[in-house]
Ligand binder design. Sequence first.
Ligand code: RIB
Length: 311
Amino acid sequence: MVLVAGSANLDFVVRAPHIPAPGETVLGSAFQTFAGGKGANQAVACARAAGVATHMLLALGDDAFAPPIEASLQGAGVVLHTVRPSGVATGSAFVCVDDQAENAITVAPGANACLTAAHLPPLSGYSHLLMQLEIPLASVTAYALAAQAAGVQVVLNAAPAQPLLPALLATVDVLVVNEGELRALVGMQGSIADGLAHLPCPSVVVTLGARGCVARVGSTFYAQTGFDVLAVDTTGAGDTFCGALVAALSQKTPMAHALHQASAAAALACTRMGAQSSIPTARALAEFLAQTLLPHGPARMEALRQYAGLA
Ligand code: RIB
């Protein structure tokens, strides 16, 4: 059983030809709202991947933004431990998605900022605790220390990027970052492989967008090339990867296969608009994998290994 502790936001999404530069106004097109937030997205992804029992600790306001988020999480089968601070708005995110499916996001944390160390539910029965960095860092650290003491595997998606104390990193069993977050964490100029080797966590995974991902478990390195899809919105793809990865690891799936599953789920999440709305079910993922022949030849794998400094 997996516990996700983290953020839940209502996403306000506008499509536009390009993401505005500072001082620029861009005329967009459709406006939609979606259930989002890195924590909630990852909880939905975990629950939908092979029906792994998933609970979530989250904070919501007593306002009209909360019900769509609760409905989305509960619809995916996530069991909620909800904190409701009074007089605080539900978290919200302002997302611009451009014609290349890339996004720029600004988050107003609202209730997410109210999660404290005291809110962590009892940890018995959980194999993994999955967290991100959209709730206070002090709470993330307290939860991680409690999980470590209880023998629960700590998985941290260090997003959005921020400096982390060694005391927190020392609790993390599996760290998941993108390339920018990795460089921010280790302040490195060198290769991705150097960055992976530099971090003290037993397992580190770096997602590399359409290229795929690489990982280190102990002293063993893995590479997984990306799946080709027609991307319309990459929002939540990284979260889908994290949730699907932890679902697989919680079922004792070996890392190489867990990376394969998570990469396929993340690719599928790019084919639809929205965060939680785009996360595939286990059935959709199985159908996609059945239809998808080997997505690439050895040249693509070689290019990924060279990019990451593994070749
Ligand atoms: O990772 C995507 C998510 O980041 C969005 O759903 C938004 O809410 C922000 O938390």
